[in-house]
Design a protein around this ligand. Structure first.
Ligand SMILES: Cc1ncc(COP(=O)(O)O)c(C=O)c1O
Length: 394
């Protein structure tokens, strides 16, 4: 179909989108309405952990669709229980609540911390978060986020989210008061530009929160589910948080998210938390397939190896072109360009012929790479060759 034949004008404007309609995809490749293919290093924004239309996910979706789509969240269902069991087996957490988006999982984490504060900490409710953090687009998670401009766009904000500086423990300590109930952070700030919290900072945070009887909440919506080369990014620091949220990669592309906590923190009472689609079997069946594949022997070692390969190749490119290096963990990486040419590169890379490449500039002075976790080294080489030809044309 021609682009102009799609009723795109019926869609509410929220952002600028290119004049193509994507129609299908497989693995690391996605195709548009003109049949043009693109090597996808965005993958739905770090969502398609196993690439486009993964066979295991398709099988899970098809077989569950024939069995049961929605018994109501007021009842148990099989995939919901199986996925919760798999997540507690592979993490330090004991309890799981499923949601539909990262923002919703984070809303749940905020509620759980406030409930815990009410019960055990004299009504303490403040959650210390970080400048440049991103926790979602609901009013509370926007208030928790440290994205510039988000304090005014839908003002007034939800109160109770003082901001500290990432990797600066003194800035956190300074904000602690009798009102503080928790500290919440992304182990790797994704939208902020792929900025990892250091291992030392994560350990200092764990120590500080223990000392003051505060909860430590990790938002692993972007960094979790194998993206950082470990099943969960906080594991790279050898710490155990009290609460973790997952989104994006857990569903491999379908709307699924999760809130996990230690048993003693899981203080919701009947009616405190819910949502029509929580734990719905269609999505949790897919999540079970995704997490089973991520935890299969050798898979995460492969992510680490390909992450290391991408790291080395980006460093090589950086030296060759006089850029400012690279950073990240696993297959969430950024190339630091040193100048604001990111958006220009993204557009040129997408519009290349005959094949395009999908990249992202999380900030104007860097490129963020978030390929499928099963991307091949050949596809990484292909992406770099295409990126080089874009750079040549600038
Ligand atoms: C760290 C982090 N938390 C939360 C979110 C929000 O997730 P969702 O868009 O699924 O609501 C995102 C999305 O980019 C994220 O990167």
């Amino acid at each position: 179909m021609n682009f102009n034949e799609y009723p795109i004008d019926s869609l509410m404007y929220i952002t600028n989108r290119p004049d193509v309609v994507f129609t299908h995809g497989k693995g690391s490749w996605i195709y548009d309405n003109n049949g043009k293919r693109y090597l996808d290093f965005i993958q739905g924004w770090a969502v398609n952990s196993l690439g486009h239309c993964n066979d295991g996910m398709i099988e899970a979706l098809n077989s569950q669709a024939k069995l049961l789509i929605n018994p109501s969240p007021a009842f148990y269902n099989e995939p919901m229980a199986k996925l919760a069991g798999l997540l507690t087996q592979h993490s330090c957490f004991d309890k799981v609540f499923f949601a539909n988006s990262g923002a919703e999982a984070n809303e749940g984490a905020i509620k759980l911390a406030r409930k815990w504060g009410k019960k055990f900490k004299d009504g303490a409710f403040e959650i210390i978060t970080f400048d440049h953090s991103f926790h979602g687009r609901t009013i509370a998670t926007m208030s928790a986020s440290g994205k510039p401009g988000w304090d005014t766009i839908y003002a007034p904000q939800v109160p109770g989210f003082p901001k500290a500086d990432l990797n600066d423990i003194a800035s956190v300590e300074k904000l602690i008061s009798a009102k503080t109930v928790a500290v919440m952070l992304e182990p790797i700030q994704g939208e902020g530009g792929v900025i990892p919290a250091t291992r030392e900072f994560m350990q200092q945070l764990r120590e500080l929160t223990k000392k003051h009887n505060l909860l430590l909440i990790v938002d692993e919506v972007q960094s979790g589910c194998g993206r950082a080369g470990a099943l969960f990014a906080h594991q790279l620091s050898g710490i155990e948080p009290d609460i973790m949220t997952l989104g994006k990669g857990i569903g491999g592309g379908v709307p699924l998210a999760a809130l996990l906590s230690k048993a003693e923190i899981a203080v919701f009472e009947a009616g405190d938390q819910g949502g029509t689609y929580n734990g719905n079997p269609l999505m949790t069946a897919v999540g079970y397939s995704v997490i089973s594949q991520l935890t299969a022997p050798g898979f995460l070692e492969g992510v680490q190896a390909r992450g290391e390969y991408l790291r080395a190749k980006l460093l090589e490119l950086s030296e060759e072109r006089g850029f400012k290096g690279e950073r990240g963990e696993g297959l969430l990486r950024a190339l630091l360009l040193g100048k604001d040419i990111g958006n220009q590169i993204v557009e040129k890379a997408r519009d290349m012929q005959p094949d395009g490449v999908l990249l992202n500039a999380a900030r104007p002075n860097l490129l963020r790479f978030m390929p499928a976790l099963n991307v091949t080294t050949e596809e990484i080489d292909q992406m770099l060759a295409m990126l080089r030809s874009v750079l040549d044309s600038l």
